[in-house]
Design a protein around this ligand. Structure first.
Ligand code: AMP
Length: 188
């Protein structure tokens, strides 16, 4: 488990510039939430390329065979990164969206239970999987996604987020054996 600062990324991109491009939207979708909006980062062509280059440099030597993205904001950088790494892309979607046979897992959200699914033929035990989402909050979504990916007994699972809300301590849910990388850090 390590933070991205351990990579020599300053030659590739300025994390402060990246962080400044994320829009904070107070009280969305409900009062009290500080929503970190990555669309303002993604719309900037220079930053989008720099982000893609940075993630590529982080993972290019790990022989990643599949990038697994979580609906819906994991579907933006996930496929971009998959093409850079010459890996496949696999979606994890909310229940009822994937057309073929699926495995599913549920986790508790603030209000009620959410269920996510993956196709049963999406991965195999020879895969080295990079799981990606835009943001780590409480960690419940990614932990359920990890459980789904573990069903395939892949060789290795690596977890990546663009943003980590450190005060929510989502990182603590994951075993110290799991490599969990984040680029931008906020208190909440
Ligand atoms: P969690 O399961 O609590 O880690 O929530 C992570 C998921 O919810 C990710 O897919 C995020 O995109 C989304 N999310 C949670 N909190 C926020 C936030 N403050 N700003 C933007 N997205 C959020």
């Amino acid at each position: 488990m390590f933070h991205v600062e351990q990579f020599k990324i300053n030659d590739i991109m300025n994390i402060t510039k990246l962080k400044n491009a994320v829009r904070n939207v107070p009280d969305f979708p409900i009062p009290g939430i500080q929503f970190k909006d990555v669309t303002t980062l993604f719309k900037d062509p220079e930053l989008l390329t720099e982000l893609s280059d940075t993630l590529y440099e982080m993972y290019k030597n790990l022989n990643i065979t599949k990038v697994v993205g979580i609906e819906s904001r994991g579907f933006i950088m996930g496929p971009i990164l998959a093409t850079r790494l010459h890996a496949g892309f696999v979606p994890i979607r909310k229940a009822g969206k994937l057309p073929a046979a699926t495995y599913e897992d549920s986790y508790e959200k603030e209000y009620g239970i959410d269920t996510i699914q993956i196709h049963q033929d999406a991965l195999n035990e020879n895969d080295i999987v990079l799981l990606h989402d835009d943001l780590l909050a409480t960690g419940g979504t990614m932990l359920a996604a990890c459980r789904l990916v573990q069903k395939f007994k892949p060789k290795q699972i690596i977890v990546n987020f663009i943003i980590e809300l450190e005060d929510l301590k989502g990182r603590a849910l994951f075993s110290p054996d799991v490599q969990l990388d984040t680029l931008i850090h906020y208190p909440v």
